[in-house]
Design a protein around this ligand. Structure first.
Ligand code: TYD
Length: 229
């Protein structure tokens, strides 16, 4: 089976930067995404923050299906297809146009979440889930993925007491441990495209590490576009 070729966001089309945040439950993505967006906006960049699953009208409909605990009979394959459909729509209608307009796009979850949850978590073959996402996104790969890594028990303790657990959050600790290890393995395979951080660190310290890495990536971008022009 041929997985669509990886296409790092900035190559080829002369467009914006694509950053994904990934991690298990309670890792702090939803705190860090707006901090990074604000930091970039203060430096004059046009930034779009977005998320999966659930962007847009169709995304919201898919999100309500995949996260509703009442859907106890949703099959693993149907779940994988629903996340892939959400992603296809997200790339076609939101991420792609923003990147083409030269914006910096920051998404809370992307392809790695499907590999971690639907493959490592649910047990679907990784190459099939990878193929599905590659097809859905036409091979669009994040320029940088920030993995906020947190021990499962720490992350689950953080979300306990917030809203009632959704379908995925309610999975066992062993499931979430497989998810965590899968995220780490993906990062280890392509270290140049990842920033892995211990998400137990202070919010400000994490934000500074992320900003520093983005600065480096943007610096490299500037050099490359200078070379092209
Ligand atoms: P959400 O409420 O958006 O919260 P968070 O991202 O903060 O965890 O929950 C999304 C859930 O969907 C989360 O448990 C991970 C899961 N998920 C998948 O299983 N596969 C995917 O491809 C994506 C994007 C998310």
């Amino acid at each position: 089976m041929t997985v669509p070729a990886a296409v790092p966001g900035h190559e080829g089309s002369g467009r914006g930067l694509f950053v994904a945040f990934e991690g298990g439950e309670g890792c702090g993505k939803s705190t860090q995404v707006p901090l990074l967006a604000d930091w970039l906006r203060h430096r004059g960049h046009q930034v779009l923050t977005t998320f999966e699953p659930g962007e847009g009208v169709l995304g919201r409909a898919i999100r309500s299906i995949v996260l509703d605990r009442a859907n106890t009979d949703l099959s693993d394959r149907a779940e994988a297809l629903l996340y892939a459909a959400d992603r296809a729509q997200h790339v076609a209608m939101t991420i792609g146009p923003a990147l083409s307009a030269g914006q910096i796009v920051i998404t809370d979850r992307y392809v790695d979440s499907s590999i971690a949850y639907q493959s490592a978590g649910r047990g679907q073959p990784a190459e099939e889930i990878g193929y599905l996402s590659g097809w859905a996104t036409q091979g669009l790969v994040a320029d940088l993925t920030v993995l906020l890594d947190v021990p499962v028990e720490v992350g689950l303790a953080r979300i306990r007491g917030r809203a009632a657990a959704d379908r995925l959050e309610a999975e066992s600790q062993v499931f979430h441990e497989r998810v965590r290890q899968s995220f780490l393995a993906l990062a280890a395979e392509a270290p140049a495209r990842y920033l892995v951080l211990d998400a137990r660190a202070e919010t400000e310290a994490l934000a500074a590490r992320i900003a520093h890495r983005i600065d480096t990536v943007l610096g490299v971008e500037r050099v490359h576009s200078g070379e092209r022009s």
